[in-house]
Design a binder for this molecule. Structure first.
Ligand SMILES: Cc1cc2nc3c(=O)[nH]c(=O)nc-3n(C[C@H](O)[C@H](O)[C@H](O)COP(=O)(O)OP(=O)(O)OC[C@H]3O[C@@H](n4cnc5c(N)ncnc54)[C@H](O)[C@@H]3O)c2cc1C
Length: 598
């Protein structure tokens, strides 16, 4: 069985936060040193802060900012090097040149943000970021989503509550019945197949950790759900749509353990029975992500003394005497500089981390070569700006079974303020933000995959699929309402070939063992990012945040710091399932299948 994620250290005490905050004034004085042509605008080593230990973090996404947050609150001098945008994949961005008359640019985003109730790390961080008028910091900018619209081709869409209801004591039998009841709204699903799905989910819930890591990690979700030979409705809705739409994973590639883990957490959050999952199954922000969260976060980190060096990427890690001796950073013009620090956190996405792992680094820690085996895929957002609000119900929108696995969210009615008065040219009243999770399946308009389309064709195809899946008997989406659209600028075309600067990790079967820990055999090098092992086990803001905390804790360990560690929260396991899991652990050790695996 691969290593389990780490156990929970003590939560940070308030006095430690205060101590960190006060110490931050001192910390301002000590940052990693930079020398070389690109150093002119960069930070210089000043007198040392607490312990005199400096930290250089490469990557200002969720993982990098989370690591910076934990370390800065503990008084460590931190510098973050970020080549593109703080917030990384989680950022929002204005659509350049669209704001007139003193209004802000129309709000674009990499993809809309969804905060499932099972998240624990992200809310804990948000609570600690001050926001004017909010007693719980930016956490108070989250609002609960009550329902979801499920669009099924050729039938009127269904508005379904996202919460299962208040269940005090979820037992295996009740779980099975609840799951069967929850999907009863799809009439094409043969009842015996729906019952089988409920049984398989119960099998997952009652599987021991030994079996989850030893067996289900090496089986696809498609296989654990026995998709072969089942009806098209079973395959489309229960196997494909549920994975592609909720977590943008691929059922024929993704590990059953990964999908089962997040599926279990989502179901538990939906029951309302878990005190740790208090926010309901689903929350979203009440403004664009940067306004609601990233900008206040960066301001708070700056107030703690964190330095940000923008436009600078790590281009080489230098090893000497078994430790990282320095890191070369390169700016957009190609100028290089040398960064010296005591600790180095590599919080860049896995596709950008792999080129940094040269032979010397891999010799020092051969395990890191596993990162080369990790797979990334495309998931990208597009926003439609509309002149009239659509009558689509508020909440998540899922075009179940659509070729490009589309999900969407109406932003304007959920956000504070008058959208038209705040953004754009004053005529836009609605922002429908859509995530495209399948870039390889041919669409309905051009018969081509998203990767084979131009940006204009992608916009037309997405709109056509949305209308086909949601407009049945409604007329919610009207062509004449489209003001403009915005596709994530990470997608570009070179010689007619689409490229994506920011692909997302996909957890394929057996990939867990290839994912790095936050620490490695090089004592002053640490890793953060959604590819690092985490409890949630999925490429999410939650996983990235946990990894940043783990990297910070590894720095504290390396520094021999006696202070508190950043909180790391395991997923919740229900006591009612423990006896069945113990039985399964015995069966697994005896080489027997799960008792429901028939
Ligand atoms: C369309 C879409 C929608 C999503 N929706 C959700 C959602 O609703 N909920 C959710 O929880 N998750 C969602 N995710 C996943 C989530 O956004 C990511 O898993 C998470 O933001 C990753 O954070 P990270 O810090 O690991 O990586 P990143 O966000 O990629 O940050 C890494 C940073 O490193 C920088 N960098 C790159 N190379 C270098 C270098 N050489 N040196 C220094 N810096 C470098 C990058 O510019 C970037 O800013 C979504 C993802 C996508 C693609």
């Amino acid at each position: 069985m691969p290593d389990q994620p780490p156990a929970t250290p003590a939560r940070i005490a308030r006095r430690d936060v205060l101590r960190g905050t006060l110490a931050a004034g001192v910390a301002l004085a000590a940052t990693p040193s930079v020398s070389g042509p690109a150093a002119a605008a960069g930070p210089r080593r000043r007198s040392p802060g607490p312990g005199g230990r400096t930290v250089a973090i490469f990557g200002g996404g969720m993982a990098g900012l989370s690591a910076a947050h934990e370390l800065a609150e503990r008084g460590y001098p931190v510098t973050v090097y970020e080549p593109a945008y703080l917030g990384g994949k989680a950022r929002s961005m204005g659509v350049p040149g669209t704001g007139t008359g003193g209004r802000l640019d129309l709000p674009g985003e990499h993809g809309f943000r969804f905060f499932p109730g099972c998240y624990q790390h992200v809310p804990d961080t948000m609570r600690r970021i001050p926001f004017p008028g909010n007693p719980n910091g930016v956490l108070d900018n989250l609002i609960r989503v009550e329902g979801t619209v499920a669009g099924v081709r050729g039938r009127p869409p269904i508005f379904a509550p996202v919460e299962i209801g208040s269940i005090d004591q979820l037992t295996p039998q009740l779980l099975q019945n609840t799951i069967v009841g929850a999907f009863g709204f799809v009439p094409e699903l043969p009842p015996h197949e729906l019952a089988f799905f409920g049984k398989q989910m119960t099998m997952w819930f009652t599987s021991s950790d030994e079996r989850r890591f030893g067996q289900w990690e090496y089986v696809t979700w498609e296989r654990i759900m026995h998709a072969a030979g089942k009806s098209a409705a079973y395959r489309d809705y229960l196997v494909n749509a549920l994975t592609r739409i909720t977590v943008a994973a691929k059922p024929h590639l993704s590990s059953a353990r990964t999908i089962g883990t997040i599926g279990e957490a989502l179901v538990l959050a939906a029951t309302g029975a878990i005190p740790q999952f208090s926010g309901g199954i689903d929350r979203i922000l009440n403004r664009p992500t940067n306004e609601a969260w990233i900008d206040p976060w960066v301001a708070y980190l700056r107030s703690l003394g964190v330095r940000f060096v923008l436009g600078s990427r790590a281009s080489a890690l230098h090893l000497s005497g078994g430790r990282i001796d320095s890191v070369t950073v390169t700016d957009a013009a190609g100028a290089t500089a040398r960064v010296d620090a005591d600790y180095y956190v590599c919080a860049v996405p896995v596709d950008k981390a792999v080129p940094l792992l040269d032979d010397r680094i891999l010799e020092a820690d051969p395990q890191l070569a596993g990162m080369r085996e990790l797979l990334t895929d495309w998931m990208v957002g597009i926003q439609f700006f509309l002149r009239r609000p659509t009558e689509l119900p508020q909440g998540h929108i899922a075009a179940l079974g659509s070729p490009w696995a589309l999900t969407a969210l109406r932003q304007a009615p959920m956000w504070v303020g008058d959208f038209a008065a705040r953004y754009g040219d004053g005529s836009v009243r609605e922002c429908l933000s859509v995530d495209i999770s399948d870039w390889d399946t041919p669409g309905i308009l051009y018969g081509r995959s998203a990767k084979q389309c131009t940006a204009q064709e992608i916009s037309a195809e997405v709109w056509a699929q949305l209308k086909e899946w949601l407009n049945t008997a409604t007329g919610w989406l009207r062509d004449e309402d489209i003001h403009s659209w915005h596709l994530d600028p990470g997608v570009s075309w070179s010689g007619g070939i689409a490229e994506n600067e920011t692909p997302l990790l996909v957890n394929t079967v057996g990939s867990y063992e290839h994912r790095p820990h936050a620490h490695c055999a090089i004592p002053n090098l640490f890793f953060g990012g959604d590819h690092v092992r985490s409890h949630i086990d999925l490429a999410t803001m939650e996983g990235a945040n946990e990894s940043g905390r783990a990297a910070a804790n590894a720095v504290l360990d390396a520094a021999g710091d006696p202070g508190s560690r950043a909180a790391v929260f395991p997923l919740v396991a229900l006591p009612a399932f423990e006896a069945a899991k113990r039985l399964d652990a015995d069966r697994y050790r005896a080489g027997l299948p799960h008792i429901l695996d028939v």
